[in-house]
Design a protein around this ligand. Sequence first.
Ligand SMILES: Nc1ncnc2c1ncn2[C@@H]1O[C@H](COP(=O)(O)OP(=O)(O)OP(=O)(O)O)[C@@H](O)[C@H]1O
Ligand SMILES: [Mg+2]
Length: 239
Amino acid sequence: MACDSPIPDDSRTDEVLSARNLTREFLSGDGRLEILKGIDFEIHHGQIVAIHGASGAGKSTLLHILGTLDRPTSGQVFIGETNAFDLPEDRLAGFRNRTVGFVFQAHHLLPEFSALENVMMPLLVGRYDWDTARERAKGLLVEVGLGKRLGHKPLALSGGEQQRVAVARALVARPHVVLADEPSGNLDRGNGEALLNLMWEMSHRHGQAFVVVTHDESVGRRADRAYVLEDGLLNAVAA
Ligand SMILES: Nc1ncnc2c1ncn2[C@@H]1O[C@H](COP(=O)(O)OP(=O)(O)OP(=O)(O)O)[C@@H](O)[C@H]1O
Ligand SMILES: [Mg+2]
């Protein structure tokens, strides 16, 4: 089945993701931990928003909830116009696959597949036909500078190259938003900067929205908006 555009254009609003009054508590051996205490958040088409914060502040917890990988204790996440946690569980995974891209600190590429196959994967899971998936994945790998590495398996790529494949994979389904958790955290300074520049380039070229969690405050200075997550709340960083 050829379905080049599974999300009709009229479902896209300028606001690609928003969250209302998110809380997240964990019950553990140390009692009840309130990690998120009422977060409101929104990001629009083409924006890059940076989130900083100390280790353990809850940045990954927040990103996982925004990406619907984890559920909040209370509150709502809208992706496009859809209230994500209202979807039945069996539809949520497919919805996430179409609407959210992820880039993690570790690339999470599938080791037995080539760079090209890894980038094709979200489209194949989303039931695109093989040729469409191949062409689109190839185009993105060329854009991220890996046109001559299509057949390389992840272990035969450098760390910076692996992360560029991960960015291509995150973008391939043309998601509403890409959520990146310390994407340059495992890279040296030069490769880290190159990866961030690539994200900016992709944002400008494709209107792609990115939420970037990072310790690197220079990212916040370049972003459209920057926040610090502290004591369970997002505080805006003055431009
Ligand atoms: N499943 C869980 N059960 C209990 N506590 C958890 C769970 N997941 C996260 N936490 C706690 O929530 C807090 C926030 O964790 P999180 O991973 O979101 O922090 P972070 O801001 O991403 O930190 P880092 O910068 O080190 O990645 C931590 O104190 C962590 O121990
Ligand atoms: Mg984290």
